[in-house]
Design a protein around this ligand. Structure first.
Ligand code: AMP
Ligand code: ZN
Length: 473
């Protein structure tokens, strides 16, 4: 089994091998905490989670760094309007980011460096770039000299004809069509001091540009060369081109060996969801509308391959919720059904084949939707075998192993609230007690309460059983 990943740099799927055996160094561009993350941002962050999880499945240890951009033009603007410092302004958005990631069950990165806590590293790198004549000071600002880096544009396969030698851009967000010398450092203005957004540097007091933070912080935590660098496609140019230019000009080493870019999430109109464009949806909005965060997770990682665009819709979220429910229902059923006397050998063999095919799909550039599709076909067959009493001890073990394989990426099957099963059993006992004492109103209340949490009770000959149903919203 070999892992192949689509490397934006070469435009091809390549067999993946990290520099250091068994250990992957991965840097992923994190949130700019000027506002709440929208579901599009979350798609990118959950893609990083998928990469990380599959690397772990493939046997690698990962050192994963995701930066928090806590200084940029928008943060300065907003903090000024709010009459506070940038540090105070970003706090609730940073907290909301971690809350989102936890409710979506994204595994934690090893490091979440904040830009404002790594200014010395940025100043060092900028000093080196000035010394190498890859950067110059102009009126207190420092710019990267694009003409000094012939490889510029290699990642996004940019036509360098559009290069405007000497044209300068100081803003963090700018025209994506033209290539210009970009700001590494911006001269401090009096209002920056009040916002707590100015630092001393040998080339003058000021604040860093956006791009330099990723070059400086990745070096600090992962060294000069990364195995994997990842972000959304919109970051490929200019952000990632600029990162390559800064890092390679400063370190004289390859910056990132493999570049992975995940596609956009589109809103209902088919446009790229974006904060600046207005109509964006947050996880909080979806939860308020009755969606389970884990259905959102499933939708974002398993509905489409990471290099395809996806459109957010209520129907798609409901379909994802239904798939999650089917997976949980199946897992519960396999666990709870007593092993049959007869064990279908053919079924066990096919389960092993499906496990291998699932792994193969993930190894093929993280094709989770394909893997899930294969598994769902097999689950239909396994359910029929359960109906027919052909699932013995051997098959149970094989099917549970398949579920575990899937959940290593999905993390929605076993992810029920801790203690759920015990609580359901307790409520069932309480309902039985209520019925014995002829308190039927109370018994019904317990049943309705469970129903609204996606649990249906069924009275059977062997007592009360429970199963998962679509959550009532
Ligand atoms: P930002 O907070 O704007 O710096 O973006 C954080 C991450 O979200 C980056 O990796 C972006 O590429 C990604 N991103 C932004 N908008 C979308 C979108 N509509 N769909 C998918 N990813 C996005
Ligand atoms: Zn970055």
């Amino acid at each position: 089994m070999t892992l192949r990943l689509h490397n934006t740099l070469t435009g091809a799927k390549e067999v993946f091998a990290p520099l250091e055996e068994g250990h992957v160094r991965m840097y992923t561009c994190g949130p700019t905490v000027w506002n709440f993350a929208h579901v599009g941002n979350l798609r990118a962050f959950l893609f990083y989670d998928l990469v990380r999880r599959h690397l772990n499945v493939a046997g690698y240890r990962t050192t994963h760094v995701m930066n928090l951009t806590d200084i940029d033009d928008r943060i300065l603007d907003q903090a000024m309007h709010a009459g506070t410092t940038i540090a105070e302004y970003v706090k609730p958005y940073e907290a909301a980011f971690f809350e989102n990631m936890a409710s979506l069950r994204a595994e934690r990165a090893e490091h979440y460096p904040r830009a404002t806590e790594h200014i010395p590293e940025m100043v060092d790198m900028i000093s080196t770039l000035i010394k190498h004549e890859n950067a110059y000071v102009a009126d207190g600002d420092v710019y990267f000299r694009i003409a000094s880096f012939p490889k510029y544009g290699a990642l996004s396969h940019l036509d360098r004809a559009g290069l405007k030698a000497g044209a300068r851009v100081a803003a963090d967000k700018y025209d994506k069509e033209s290539v210009s010398d970009f700001a590494l450092w911006k001269k401090a203005h009096p209002e920056d001091e009040k916002l707590g957004a100015a630092w001393d540097a040998p080339f003058g007091r000021g604040r860093p540009g956006w791009h330099i933070e990723c070059s400086a912080m990745s070096k600090r935590y992962l060294g000069d060369t990364l195995d994997i660098h990842s972000g959304g496609v919109d970051l490929m140019f200019p952000h990632h081109e600029n990162e390559i230019a800064q890092s390679e000009a400063a370190n004289h080493k390859t910056f990132a060996r493999v570049w992975l870019h995940s596609e956009f999430l589109a809103d209902a109109t088919g446009e790229k969801m974006s904060k600046s464009a207005g109509g964006f949806t947050t996880l909080r909005d979806l939860v308020a509308a009755g969606h389970d965060p884990l259905a959102v997770r499933f939708f974002l990682i398993a509905n489409a391959h990471y290099r395809s665009r996806v459109r957010l819709s209520t129907e798609a979220l409901h379909a994802a919720a239904e798939q999650v429910r089917r997976l949980r229902e199946f897992a519960d059923r396999v666990k709870r059904t007593p092993a049959a006397e007869t064990d279908d050998g053919e079924l066990a063999k096919r389960t092993a084949e499906v496990r291998a095919a699932y792994r193969e799909a993930l190894d093929d550039d993280l094709n989770l939707p394909q893997g899930i599709g294969l598994a769902f076909d097999h689950i239909r067959e396994a359910n029929a075998a359960l109906d027919a009493g052909r699932v013995g001890a051997l098959n149970k073990v094989a099917l549970l192993a398949l579920i575990d394989d899937m959940d290593a990426h999905l993390d929605v099957i076993r992810a029920e609230e801790p203690g759920l099963a015990a609580e359901v059993e307790r409520l069932i006992a309480e309902r039985e007690e209520a019925r014995r004492s002829r308190d039927f109103a109370r018994a019904d209340r317990i049943r309705d309460d469970l129903k609204s949490r996606g649990i249906a009770l069924e009275d059977s000959r062997d007592g009360v059983r429970w199963r998962r149903i679509s959550r009532v919203t």
